[in-house]
Structures are given as C-alpha cells and as structure tokens.
Design a protein around this ligand. Structure first.
Ligand SMILES: [Zn+2]
Length: 419
C-alpha cells in the first residue's frame, strides 16, 4: 500500500493524502488553502474521495471535480455543511469580481455525487469512519487493503464540549500499520475546556457590568452555534444576567437549521431538546444596523477579515467599556483581530485607530492539544506515525514526545511511502 502526501503537510491548509493499492486509489480529504481559491494543484485521478469534515481546508477543492461525476464519501452532516460552505465560497468569489469558474450548479453536482456513508467497500479496499469530535459530522477514516491498515485522524479532539462529544478512543482500530495524525497544536497544552468556558463567561460578565458591548467573532460553522449555546445556557442558569445577544450571519443561521434537523450528531443532552439551536436568549439578525446596544454579538468572520466582525471591531474598539473576545486559537499574521490584539490598533482606510476596548483570546478550540495527541498515539499504538496539518515547529514538538513509542515521519509535499 502506498501513501502519498499531496497537501496539508508541514502547514495547515489544502489537506489531501492519496492511498493506493493495486486495485484502488483513493483521496483522504480534498482541501484548499483558504485565501487561495484557485482550486488547482491536486491530482484528480482518484476512484473515491473520502472527506473527514466540512472545513474548506479539507473539502473545498471538491468543487474542481463538479463536472466529472466523482464518488465522494462522508458523513451526512459533512455533506450538508460542505454544500453550504461551497455556496458561500462561490458567492464571495463572484462578489469580489474574481475570475472564478464555478457556480451554485457545480455545488449541487458535488452534493449529488456524495454517498452518505459511515463505511464503504471498493475492490480490494474498505473504509470505515469514526466520530472525531472537532466539529459536527467530523470523522476519522480507517482504510484497509493489501492486508494493511491506515488510520487518518483528520482534525479531532478528545475532550467533550457543550454540544459535541470528543472522539472515543476505545472504538478506534488498534496497532494500525500507519497513523496519519494532525498536529495543529502539537506543541501546545491548554487549560481544561470547563475552565476556559468559565473564563470566557467571566469576561462577558465583566463587560455587562460596565454596560459595554461584547464582540465575539466566530466561524459560521459550529463555533458560532456553540458559543450561542454557551451564552444561552449561562443566561438560563442565571450565570449571566439578561442582556441583548445577537448572531449576525445568514450562513450561521442556515447551519443552525441543519444542526436542528440532524441532532444525532450531537451530545445526548442536545438530542433531548426539540430544537436545540433555536436559542431562548440569542436572536438571529441579518444586519449590524439592527443591533440595539449595549449587546453581545456573535458574528463572522472568525478572523475579523470582513463582514460584521470587521465593522463592529472598527466601531467598538475605541470604547474602553467594550470587549472583544477571540475564541479561535490560530490567527493569521495580518488578520485585523491579531493586529488589534498584538499592536492595539485597528486600521481603517489606511488610518490607525487605537484600541481601547479589552481584547482577549480564550481558545475554545476543536483541536486536540499535545496531551490529547499523545494519548491517542499511546492508545492506538501505531507501527509508524505521520505528522501532518501543523506548522513544522508543532510537528517537531510532538515528535519529541512520541519518538519512543512509534516510528515518526514528518512527510514533505508529494513524498510517497510504501507500507
Ligand atoms: Zn477542521
């Protein structure tokens, strides 16, 4: 069995790994580098494309296959959300006036080509999916063929969150010939989720007490629904007093509807609620103009690059009563949120506005930290381990921890291994 690393090695973005036997050739993920929507550079001659989860760095390149009737395998939630995120990508590219040759019709073709499966068999190869935590519908993928077995984690986490269970280690195959594992936070250890949520709520409470606005930039898929649920529950439990709370994102609203109609992907507690993502205290709005201040506002983009979060950041940054709470662990170097946090300024039309609002980063990440990565490797006991989906320093930091228990490789782009 051959494994070839086409993308998402020594970096985050453009994930794609080819697995090949004499009988079949499949792709594990087919992503883009977000910010580079050129959609080329990946081979397309695979029999099947297995998608771990809907984030575009794992799924976005599927659009380039729209006219070729590809066979795509993935969970039901991943199909629905990938469809929504691809439609959003098409809309943004056309709005920017970019020469983007894909349309909504192509997105429909991708959804039609999708086999909603948790397992699949093809000549000489079988595929099994396992819940991965991370985001709704995310799966790890095992591949068996030629008497060999590979486990690919995709993005995952082991800890439970308010809406999603972490990956269950007991259910995973043991002693695979190869493990391909993400290393986004290979060198990072984090506080417990519950402690982070308490900190998060404490910051919101402090701002409410001074009657300020709270800006919560978040991704439309999963993180904004999770944060809305955390705030909603905190108000129901009187951990937070009544205060206006809004989500400003049409996409987040559409995704909340998918969540409501696919409750089986969430925790038991969520499943017991009739419409868990129709919040009691959190209102969906389409425009920032509709906001009545003071308020808590969850909005996109998660990095503050555009949309409501950039608008509100610019407007609210000048007032020391306001606060900006960043939940993403990673912020691209030139993103407005990173500049606001590190340099204390927001740049609007070339002029610098000093930030007086409190800017804080409390990571509510869906990725495993170093201890979780190590725990998975110790439990699964792979013969060899390939570290992907992380900057090289993160991969090296993890490599040091695990080199005594497994043979470790940090592959390079297009490198091929035979197992
Ligand atoms: Zn992801």
């Amino acid at each position: 069995m051959n494994i070839q690393f086409h993308g998402g090695v020594a970096e985050v973005g453009g994930s794609c790994i080819g697995v090949e036997t004499d009988d079949a050739r499949i792709a594990l993920d087919y992503g883009i580098k977000v910010g580079d929507e050129a959609l080329n550079g990946l081979p397309s001659d695979f029999d099947v494309f297995v998608i771990s989860h809907a984030h575009l760095d794992h799924s976005g390149n599927l659009l380039s296959l729209a006219s070729g009737n590809p066979v795509i395998v993935g969970s039901k939630m991943t199909r629905e959300i990938t469809g929504d995120l691809l439609l959003d990508m098409v809309k943004i590219q056309h709005m920017k006036g970019n020469n983007f040759p894909y349309t909504n019709h192509d997105v429909e073709n991708i959804k039609r080509s999708w086999w909603v499966r948790e397992a699949a068999a093809l000549p000489g190869m079988s595929i099994q999916l396992y819940p991965a935590g991370h985001v709704a519908g995310a799966r790890m993928i095992s591949v068996q063929g030629d008497g060999k077995e590979i486990l690919y984690t995709g993005d995952f986490c082991l800890h439970d969150t308010m809406i999603l269970e972490g990956a269950q280690l007991e259910s995973l195959p043991k002693n695979p010939d190869a493990l391909i594992i993400e290393t986004t936070y290979g060198g990072t250890t984090r506080l417990k989720r519950s402690e982070l949520v308490d900190l998060f709520l404490k910051r919101i409470l402090d701002t409410i007490e001074r009657e300020g606005n709270v800006l919560l930039p978040a991704f439309a898929f999963h993180r904004s629904q999770e944060i809305a649920k955390i705030v909603d529950q905190a108000m129901a439990d009187s951990v937070l007093p009544d205060y206006r709370v809004y989500i400003v994102s049409r996409l987040a609203r559409r995704i909340a509807q998918h969540f409501n109609s696919n409750k089986q992907f969430f925790t038991e507690e969520i499943q017991e609620q009739k419409y868990p993502f129709n919040y009691r205290h959190v209102k969906h709005l389409h425009r920032t103009k509709q906001i009545k201040e003071p308020a808590i506002v969850i909005c996109t983009s998660g990095f503050g690059h555009a949309g409501a979060s950039l608008r509100l950041l610019t407007e609210w940054a000048v007032d020391e009563d306001n606060s900006v709470l960043i939940s993403s662990g990673y912020l691209p170097p030139e993103s407005p949120l990173r500049i606001a946090k590190e340099k204390g300024e927001v740049i609007e039309n070339g002029s610098r506005i000093p930030v007086r609002a409190e800017v804080d980063q409390i990571e509510l990440s869906g990725h495993a930290d170093q201890s979780e990565l190590e725990k998975l490797i110790r439990t699964v006991k792979p013969k060899r381990t390939f570290l992907v989906h992380g900057e090289v320093e993160q991969a090296y930091a993890l490599s040091e921890k695990i080199s005594g228990i497994t043979e470790v490789h940090i592959p390079e782009k297009e490198e091929t291994f035979t197992i």
